[in-house]
Design a binder for this molecule. Sequence first.
Ligand code: HEC
Ligand code: HEC
Length: 447
Amino acid sequence: MGVFSLWVVLGSPFAHADSDADKPSAVDRGRQALTSRSFLKPEWSLEIYEKVAELWGEDAPDPEADPEGYALAFARRYGLHPAPFPNDNLPMGLKRSTDPSTGRQGLQVDCLVCHGGSIGGQSFVGLGNSQLDMIGLYQDFFQADGRPIFFTGFTVNTVRGAVNAGQMAAVLISLRKPDLSRRLFPVLHGSKFPETDVPAWWNIKYKDTTYYDGRTDARSVRSNMQFMLGEKTREQFEELEPTFADILAYLNSIEAPEYPFPIDSELASRGRSIFQNQCAKCHGSYGDEPSYPNLIIELDRIGTDPARALAPSDLLVSHYNSTWFGEESPVDEVMTGYQAPPLEGVWATAPYLHNGSVPTLDHLLDSSSRPDRFRRPPSTDFKHYDTDRVGWRVEVLDPVSPEAANRDQDRSIFDASRYGLGNQGHTFGDGLSPSERRAVIEYLKTL
Ligand code: HEC
Ligand code: HEC
């Protein structure tokens, strides 16, 4: 891929530099690095993209004769989306990568496997991927590559759209010493992170603290580099730090997409005053004079599933803080609960709560109506989107139905009884009358 054709799509980095005419801005450099570079060595052979279909046990479209049909079938199976930037005809989240020592080319995943999502079939960098089946992808790719069964020792995801990034990071850091040289035996930190939803990147520009528990400084560049702990040395981390500062500048520039359907502005303005009275103290105000209080709400007050907040053990936090990652911006040693997130673009980020346990805003604002077991939609097409309740139309499953009993084989099934996936808490909408709730939901569409 020529550098020039990349610019045509992403916009020339020079076009945005306002003061220094020949210098691309940090935002442009960050976007370029995030979308065009692979930071990890290849994990799989290049052929795996086509070879993996041999495992599907169904009539897969021929990748040579029908590359578009194949791309669609591939994307649906693993929950990936078309790349809205040049990507060697690979879906967003997969990248061609080269091993610098051998020159061997292969495939790898990148940030966008989790942080590249779609809504209404349109892809967005920075929208959490609500379709991803991370463990399905890894298991199939390892098997098709003729490698031993992929085994992590912890649950990556029981359901599509959820992923256990926390435990991955905890395992990787436990294998390093404070100077990042490798330990022979892991630090036995005892943390057990659950799978979670993936937060949207367009809200981090408002945040002082980040991650669901709000215990990390949002300006920390290094915290975003943890995913490279599988292979990089300290020197390599230091060399890449300026690039990740650019990537963070780019993440801070991303805007939420606008709600694409008509909005009843009278109803929304009624909703706005209810929101200002009952919700803004935690979630902030929007519009002409925006403000965001950056509050972390105590676990017993918010009442949502506690597993994610309780996951990092004190030993894990102190170990992380003793390393290169923590020395610049240490993780807060005090656990409080969950950060009340900014709500821009919230129409596009269903399912809701940190664990994706609530399919729509209507369910979120009426806690007794939330389904405990449901089947997530097979795509982000708008035919699965509910503009009244705002979020995904899901098939609610009876606990004794054959489908629900089969849940371990079917990762389209969400089950709130699993570890970390409880759908309780956040009862702040329960006191609203049905018409007030309608109004608040209408207002949330405008954010
Ligand atoms: C395996 C999936 C996955 C990958 C890959 C991944 N992330 Fe994340 N990311 C998550 C999840 C899940 C969270 C929420 C974690 C939590 O708080 O428990 C998150 C949180 C974040 C946050 C904080 C957002 C907020 O509002 O609190 C940032 C920033 C971020 N990731 C950046 C990145 C960057 C940059 C990369 C690539 C270098 C990356 N992530 C790779 C899944 C992933
Ligand atoms: C006491 C503080 C507080 C109040 C009041 C409050 N919230 Fe929240 N809200 C939170 C916290 C904390 C979370 C994250 C909880 C979690 O993920 O476990 C949250 C999550 C949400 C989410 C899900 C966001 C997402 O991306 O998943 C929405 C939507 C929301 N709140 C809307 C509202 C509305 C509307 C009101 C007013 C009726 C309201 N909240 C009142 C603290 C509050």
